[in-house]
Design a protein around this ligand. Structure first.
Ligand code: ADP
Ligand code: MG
Length: 364
């Protein structure tokens, strides 16, 4: 069984797209799992675990894509939830909703829903289990990791610890006691992100935003400790800025983003098709982005990828490249592992190297 769930989500046409004469919808629904994307030359049929069309609700995406991963994180199986796509495609809307403190239940994003679910599930645990939820929030910009809870920490290192897996030494970790506190902290991180953007004169769409929840449970009877890590990742826009004739820092930014998104694509390729040549070598170290994901993507973890797209014909080529990455990701294979102090966790990433064949790109 594949342990990555890959979905596509189409937001409604924006008012600008609606105003644009001749700009029409390039997506034709087949069913809940397949659709046709038409560009000027060809029709492409894509199939995913689920397709969320413009009328889909935040709750639909959450229930299908995220709930199983949150439940697994509580059972000490690491997980990642990624939103991917060009700027304006609906990544942040899906992740945060119109605002992280949004009160309209219907519009609430994945992040506040995860927070509710985590505390709800943990509060139902046996009393003999003591639990804690820790939260870190970092941003990756120009291959530098910055602490969004403390902007003065602008070059956090990524290290690997035998017992804890991937860690960010020095990054602020806030222990949050309830959903309200978690949301306040997230809201502070998001506000800091905006401050940092102004300081550096950069748009948030040019950095990757990483939300890290660590859920720890200690059983009072035998002091056994179980811990799961859950990463939510709102990626930088995947659009090809280089083609627009950008110069200077904008071009440098674009190249860096392109490099890290390619690294993510390569990790996914290596996990799915063994394309890297060297058996079982997964190139996590090629970018900060993939390094942070090393113990939550592939191997023993569960992952969800939401490919966010505009339905507009004017964005068909960007949507096509977003969906192609999603189609490749469908082939990650591995078995989840429980992070438990009792277990000998010596087994390394158990990647099944599938033969490379056309099925790697399920584009008909
Ligand atoms: P991204 O983070 O991918 O750059 P955003 O999430 O900021 O894009 O979305 C761009 C715009 O589209 C925002 O104004 C957002 O409110 C709107 N939008 C995105 N997805 C949806 C959706 N599913 N329903 C309604 N509006 C949406
Ligand atoms: Mg965004």
């Amino acid at each position: 069984m594949s342990n990555i769930t890959v979905c596509a989500r189409f937001r409604p046409l924006s008012s600008k797209e609606k105003r644009n004469d001749g700009d029409s919808v390039c997506i034709r629904c087949i069913d809940l799992e397949a659709f046709i994307l038409k560009d000027d030359k060809e029709d492409f049929v894509f199939s995913f675990d689920r397709v969320f069309y413009e009328k889909s609700e935040q709750a639909d995406v959450y229930e299908f894509l995220v709930v199983p991963i949150v439940r697994d994180a509580i059972n000490a199986i690491n997980g990642t939830i990624i939103t991917y796509g060009q700027t304006g495609a609906g990544k942040t809307y899906s992740m945060e909703g119109p605002g992280i403190l949004e009160c309209d239940e219907q519009k609430k994003g994945l992040l506040p829903r995860v927070v509710d679910e985590l505390f709800d599930s943990l509060s139902r645990l046996d009393e003999a289990v003591e639990y804690s939820v820790k939260l870190s929030m970092v941003e990756i910009y120009m291959e530098k990791v910055r602490d969004l809870f403390d902007l003065s920490k602008d070059n956090i290192q990524i290290k690997e610890s035998k017992s804890l897996g991937i860690i960010l030494p020095g990054a602020t970790e806030i222990t949050v006691l309830d959903p309200a506190e978690a949301l306040q902290s997230l809201s502070r991180g998001i506000a800091n992100r905006a401050v940092g953007e102004t300081q550096m004169n950069m748009a948030s769409s040019r950095s990757h935003c990483v939300y890290i929840f660590t859920i720890r449970q200690e059983f009072s009877r035998d002091k056994r400790v179980k811990s799961g890590k859950l990463i939510l990742l709102d990626l930088a826009g995947s659009e090809k800025v280089e083609k627009t004739g950008a110069e200077g820092r904008v071009l440098e930014e674009a190249k860096t983003i392109n490099k890290s998104l390619s690294a993510l694509g390569n990790v996914i390729n290596a996990l799915t098709c063994g394309l890297q040549g060297k058996a079982n070598h997964i190139p996590y170290r090629d970018s900060k982005l993939t390094r942070i994901l090393q113990d939550t993507l592939g191997g023993n973890a569960r992952a969800a990828l939401l490919c966010c797209c505009s339905p507009s014909a004017s964005n068909a080529s960007e949507s096509l490249s977003t969906l192609r990455l999603g189609a490749r990701a469908k082939h990650i294979k591995a078995s989840p592992r429980v992070n438990c102090s009792e277990e000998k966790c010596s087994k390394d990433y158990s990647v099944s190297s599938l033969p490379v064949d056309e099925s790697c790109a399920r584009i008909l």
